[in-house]
Design a protein around this ligand. Structure first.
Ligand code: NAD
Length: 265
């Protein structure tokens, strides 16, 4: 699989799954835009790793991957539009958009505040909606095909008590993908969801520090382990490549079998 010559923006890529995706794409030769909101040091770490990959590639006389970091809050439509514009300005174009940035807030439904609801929906759905719109406008202007990959969750399908706003956002993402697969197909633009199960990243810090909850979760995962960012990233690499040209409107679960074996404790 080669992504040489492709320019790919991965939102929220200063850590976790987003960082894993950037590194996989760079290994395949893509130029990558690394987006962060509040941790420039995380974005710099991702960039240094991309440069190390690109450096090795250069020594083997192939065009090495390049990275570029951009600060933007995905919860602000204005900053989302700037992020897409600056990515295009830096690399001259965008070929693939990976909507990865996401947050969750824990609370029983009856205690969810308007501020927490807005925070989750703004980043996980509104930001994705308008990033995708700006990307599609760029593809239309430049008369080129392109690919959109949304990092969704098993919770686009699976209920998750105490995380209702999160489930609403990922369920919305599922319908965004189905709708746009139909609406954008004639433009040669594909859109798919990658839906992780339980992946070992900072979003799960609380769970990782609770041996009882972690043990119960592992019992629900047929493959018997948590996922790693690279488990998700390898599928994103494939979906970004021309090998996936005929795939659109689908959700692909990366969950060790969790979805079909889940029981809330
Ligand atoms: P994480 O908390 O480690 O990373 C989330 C990333 O999003 C960070 O880089 C963070 O800076 C960024 N982000 C958050 N708010 C932002 C904002 N307003 N603007 C820009 N960037 C912002 O979590 P992760 O596990 O790497 O999650 C990545 C994606 O995967 C999320 O969409 C999440 O919902 C999804 N997901 C994760 C899991 C899991 O178990 N880890 C499971 C299912 C889905």
């Amino acid at each position: 699989m080669s992504l040489e010559g492709k320019v790919i923006l991965v939102t929220g890529s200063s850590q976790g799954i987003g960082q894993g995706i950037v590194l996989r794409l760079a290994q395949a030769g893509a130029n990558v835009v690394i987006n962060y909101r509040s941790h420039p040091e995380g974005a710099e770490e991702t960039l240094a790793k991309v440069q190390a990959i690109g450096g090795k590639c250069h020594m083997a006389q192939c065009p090495g991957a390049q990275g570029h970091t951009i600060k933007a809050d995905l919860g602000s439509v204005q900053e989302v539009r700037q992020l897409i514009a600056e990515s295009i300005e830096h690399f001259g174009k965008l070929d693939v958009l990976v909507n990865n940035a996401g947050i969750e807030k824990h609370a029983p439904f009856w205690d969810v505040t308007e501020a927490d609801y807005d925070a989750v929906l703004n980043v996980n759905l509104k930001g994705v909606f308008f990033a995708t719109q700006a990307f599609v406008q760029h593809l239309i202007e430049t008369k080129r095909p392109g690919k959109i990959i949304n990092i969704s969750s098993v919770h686009e399908d699976l209920p998750f008590p105490n995380f209702t706003a999160y489930c609403v956002s990922k369920g919305g993402m599922k319908m965004l993908t189905r709708n746009l697969a139909v609406e954008l197909g004639s433009l040669g633009i594909t859109i798919n969801n990658v839906a992780p199960g339980a992946i070992e990243t900072p979003i799960n810090t609380q769970l990782l520090n609770d041996p009882q909850k972690l043990g119960a979760l592992l019992n629900n995962i047929p493959l018997g382990r948590l996922g790693q960012p690279q488990d998700v990233a390898s599928l994103v690499g494939f979906l970004s490549s021309s090998d996936a040209d005929y795939i659109t409107g689908s959700t692909f679960f990366v969950d060790g079998g969790l979805l079909w074996n889940y029981q809330e404790q």
